[in-house]
Design a protein around this ligand. Structure first.
Ligand SMILES: NC(=O)C1=CN([C@@H]2O[C@H](COP(=O)(O)OP(=O)(O)OC[C@H]3O[C@@H](n4cnc5c(N)ncnc54)[C@H](OP(=O)(O)O)[C@@H]3O)[C@@H](O)[C@H]2O)[C@H](O)CC1
Ligand SMILES: [K+]
Length: 509
């Protein structure tokens, strides 16, 4: 369960649970501080002669971790300056114990100069001002300190989070200084994976400080990093007696003659990820264009809603993907036809692009249409998400991308894939995952079409809907990273066999 994430309230609860179960709070703090000291040592090892550390401690337990790190670094022979924010007499609980164990001086934070030069220059700074207890925007003395620190360019170890980063939302409150290493405890928080938090954290180091797994499991966390343990057990593998229709059949709807490429990318993605058969339903005027560029993928005419209803009489079509290249009006008619077609309840639907913007500002109408369909995935990018859910205040005004995706999924009653550099996959039952794979090179035309195809291909094989969407997003990111610079969307399905070999059978990778 290392892939589950805890928000700051859950983390505090885990902390309390561990203490109630007999693990002293100061033992947790000592372990946390020791891991931060190790990270500072690792950074100093990269600086020839590095031995001078500035530890900036805040008034809560994050500062307590800093006091421990300062003491352990001094014990190891490093020259440590401890800068403190606040009134030491007001330190309480474990932080007060940790502070009492520090026998060196306390320099008021406003007097600490991370940019000092010459004999007084620092090699590394430990940022222990605020962690999970950040309650408001950082301003005044700590803000000025963090800004000077950022300008200094010194390598920074952030304790739990870069101070000022909101661990729940990934957003900066006031200001924050980018870290070289962020050391966090027990489990990651959403803010470590959501942007801009992810970028601010630098290398993220997750350490076990002695909170028992059972305590964390008792919290039944429902937010996850989108990593293989989340979906590998549900991934479809063909049985020894497989034939093409037992691996599912995906139908993909094409746009008119001048907009057919998207459907072929969707179809190719669905085929590569294992759908036994894939058919493109194409307007008559585009049949020749499509036929000229298809081999394993089949082709059937599909001009309008009636044609689609006819095609969907076939119960072997287990997933339908539509949206890209369709135009809004046609997309809307086809979504309506799909939702009312034979076998609609059990046939999976993947909606993208025009199939989503066709319902801009009318999310409730789309939710009503889809209420009877068991497995639906929608894959909006930020602009499509905002349009589709412009009439849903819970999504529009949510404090984070995670909360927005959750609210959108709940309002629509479907699985939402809120795409971007920190794609969030959310289910209407409250589960949500933040993706960790990918590369900026995925920001290229047609990339999203392939993702829709990966979703359709897994759903066609009867994979459960949330797990299918998570697997599709993870594998899409991995395929992109595998190709890297020069990536075009056509490469993504072709990179998939290598990625699948690595992920599903690590011994072969
Ligand atoms: N859970 C664990 O596994 C462990 C976590 N540890 C560390 O503890 C912190 C969380 O500690 P907590 O005391 O809850 O909170 P912080 O230290 O992050 O911050 C609280 C203090 O900071 C003040 N504050 C908050 N925001 C601001 C701001 N913008 N400007 C100025 N001051 C601010 C706050 O003041 P109030 O007036 O709001 O009360 C508090 O004084 C966690 O991140 C870990 O590092 C344990 O050490 C080990 C176990
Ligand atoms: K911090």
């Amino acid at each position: 369960m290392m892939h589950c994430l805890l928000d700051t309230e859950e983390m505090a609860e885990a902390d309390r649970g561990a203490i109630a179960g007999g693990v002293p709070g100061i033992a947790l703090m000592e372990a946390a501080g020791a891991a931060c000291a190790d990270a500072a040592v690792d950074l100093m090892a990269q600086t020839p002669g590095g031995r001078r550390v500035l530890v900036a401690c805040g008034p809560g337990n994050n500062g307590g971790d800093g006091f421990v790190a300062a003491r352990l670094l001094a014990e190891r022979g490093y020259a440590v300056t401890l800068a403190f924010l606040g009134d030491a007499a007001r330190l309480a609980g474990d932080a007060a114990i940790a502070a009492a164990r520090w026998t060196g001086a306390l320099v008021p934070l406003e007097q600490a100069d991370p940019a000092a030069s010459g004999d007084r220059a620092y090699d590394v700074v430990v940022d222990a001002l605020f962690g999970a207890g950040l309650t408001r925007d950082v301003s005044g003395v700590p803000a000025a300190f963090l800004e000077r620190l950022a300008a200094s360019g010194l390598p920074v170890v952030a304790v739990d989070v870069p101070s000022g980063l909101d661990g729940n939302t990934g957003r900066v409150r006031g200001t924050a200084c980018p870290a070289a290493i962020t050391v966090t405890f027990a489990r990651r928080k959403p803010g470590h994976l959501l942007q801009p938090g992810r970028a601010l954290c630098g290398r993220l180091r997750l350490v076990d400080i002695g909170i028992p797994d059972a305590v964390i499991e008792s919290l039944a966390p429902n937010t996850f990093a989108n990593e293989e343990p989340l979906w590998r057990a549900a991934f479809p593998h063909p049985g020894i007696d497989a034939h093409k229709y037992s691996r599912g059949h995906a139908l993909v709807l094409s746009g008119p003659a001048d907009a057919t490429g998207a459907a072929r990318l969707v179809a190719r993605g669905a085929l590569r990820i294992g759908a036994g058969a894939v058919t493109i339903g194409s307007p008559t005027d585009a049949l020749a264009v499509n036929a000229a560029q298809l081999t394993a993928i089949m082709l059937r005419p599909c001009d309008d809603a009636d044609d689609l209803a006819g095609l969907l009489e076939d119960p072997r079509i287990t997933a339908l993907a539509l949206g890209p290249g369709l135009g809004r009006e046609r997309a809307r008619a086809l979504v309506e036809a799909a939702a009312g077609a034979a076998h609609a309840r059990t046939r999976a639907l993947v909606l993208d692009a025009d199939a989503l913007t066709a319902f801009a500002g009318e999310h409730a109408a789309l939710a009503r249409l889809l209420a009877g369909v068991e497995r639906v995935v929608a894959t909006p990018h930020a602009g499509e998400f905002a349009k589709l859910l412009s009439d849903c205040p819970e999504a529009r005004e949510a404090p984070s991308k995670l909360a927005a995706a959750r609210a959108g999924a709940a309002a629509l009653g479907i699985v939402l894939v809120d795409k971007g550099p920190d794609t969030v996959i959310a289910a209407p039952d409250g589960r949500a995952a933040i993706n960790t794979t990918g590369t900026p090179y995925l920001a290229t035309a047609g990339s999203g079409d392939v993702l829709a195809g990966f979703c359709a291909g897994l759903l066609a094989q009867s994979m459960p809907v949330f797990e299918a969407a998570c697997a599709a997003v993870n594998l899409h990111g991995r395929a992109g990273a595998r190709v890297g610079p020069g990536l075009i969307a056509e490469d993504l399905p072709e990179a998939l066999p290598g990625v699948l070999g690595e992920v599903l059978d690590p011994a072969s990778g």
